[in-house]
Design a protein around this ligand. Sequence first.
Ligand code: CO
Length: 190
Amino acid sequence: MAVLQIVTFPDPALRARCREVTAFDAELVQFLDDMAETMAASEGIGLAANQVGHLHRLYLMDVPVSETERTGLLEIINPKIVAKRGEVRFEEGCLSFPGVYETVIRANEIELHYQDRHGVAHTVVLVGLPAICAQHEYDHLEGITFVDRLSPLKRRVVLRDYERRNRESIEDKQLRAKVKARRQPPQVLS
Ligand code: CO
């Protein structure tokens, strides 16, 4: 198992429409295990394949449903949302948008068709946070991020702040590297 690198916006993988999984083989099992380790290491509740740069139609979820309970690890391959009911507002975050938390409106209940790692088909009805997470991750597979679900004005403000923070953190790193270089002891020249 390995922890994979999570890509952040504006990586082009986040804009890609992911391809159906057709081979339910050892390579897929290995990838799913690596994804699970990556999601646990980053304390995420969902992770889509293109967030680690693989353009497969699959995502993982492990979502809290109460103070003490979680859904347990769900491996959702080739998902189809076949029904949506109700509406819910929730402040979402995304491992590919560090530091961004914004309220998104989604369906409160969905019916989801998907396959597991063996290729076996399942149908599940999800309500509340598991439904929100499943829709957020499904969007990833379509190349859509949660910031795309905001109003155009809100999106502009969020992206401007995000880009400014990224720029500042790069400049900080460069500054720290400079200071560190200056602290090196003087070179003995002879
Ligand atoms: Co996300």
